[in-house]
Design a protein around this ligand. Structure first.
Ligand code: G3P
Length: 223
């Protein structure tokens, strides 16, 4: 499963990239707004750090305006992916850009039929927001399972990008369900590495080593 970091904060992106296992970045208008920086400039900066897919979202909601807004974003870098919402105009815009060979991420997906239409429109990525479904008492991960079955039934190449991830269990479930990608805040990516038994075990290994004489014994020369 590919792992993207879901942020527009450059420091967080650099920290995630330094792990060596980061495959891409997702942003959205709220995340960009939080940074208080010019949109295109920030996308350019992100693309200079991460070579994998970097999603940039338009804020227009009518086909021609969406395409016009996407044009200058497409020119930022080769790894830019254009993000459209799962609305009728978004499906049309997805089809237009996908036919031109531009990669599109269809976002704000909350049910499997939106994912079916996005795939038919040639989307590169579909982004079901699992955390927001959980927030209103639904089962976000069930949607991932449903989309996986639908895409596999018909051989759709659109990648499932599990989004709106809140905790490491979402990552476990996404990987077990065959989600192609998961995008998560830096905190969740860092939580994936953490286990208290690893910390205790390492502490004990190092203490035992420090106490022992083994470290003082001269190693025989290698043949
Ligand atoms: O970037 C899309 C998505 O991951 C947003 O997540 O936490 O705002 O529901 P959240």
């Amino acid at each position: 499963m590919d792992i993207y970091v879901d942020t527009a904060n450059l420091d967080e992106i650099k920290i995630a990239a330094s792990l060596g296992v980061l495959d891409g970045v997702t942003t959205n208008p709220s995340l960009i707004a939080k940074e208080g920086v010019p949109f295109k400039q920030r996308m350019k900066e992100i693309c200079a750090v991460v070579k994998g897919p970097v999603s940039a979202e338009v804020v227009s909601i009518e086909h021609d305006a969406m395409i016009a807004e996407a044009e200058p974003l497409i020119d930022i870098a080769e790894n830019i992916v254009i993000k459209f919402p799962c609305i009728e105009e978004g499906i049309k815009a997805c089809k237009t850009l996908s036919d031109r060979g531009v990669r599109v991420n269809m976002t704000l997906c909350f049910q499997p039929l939106q994912a079916l239409l996005a795939a038919k429109a040639g989307a590169f990525l579909i982004s079901p927001f699992v955390g927001r479904v959980d927030d209103v008492g639904g089962d976000g991960m069930e949607i991932i399972q449903q989309i996986r079955v639908i895409y596999d039934n018909y051989g759709f190449k659109t990648k499932i990008l599990t989004a709106s991830i809140r905790h490491p269990q979402h990552m476990v479930q996404a990987a077990m369900m065959g989600s192609d990608v998961a995008t998560a805040p830096l905190k969740v990516i860092q939580q994936m590495i953490k286990h208290p038994l690893t910390d205790v075990g390492l502490k004990n290994f190092l203490a035992d080593w420090e106490k022992s004489k083994a470290q003082l014994v001269k190693e025989p020369a290698m043949a």
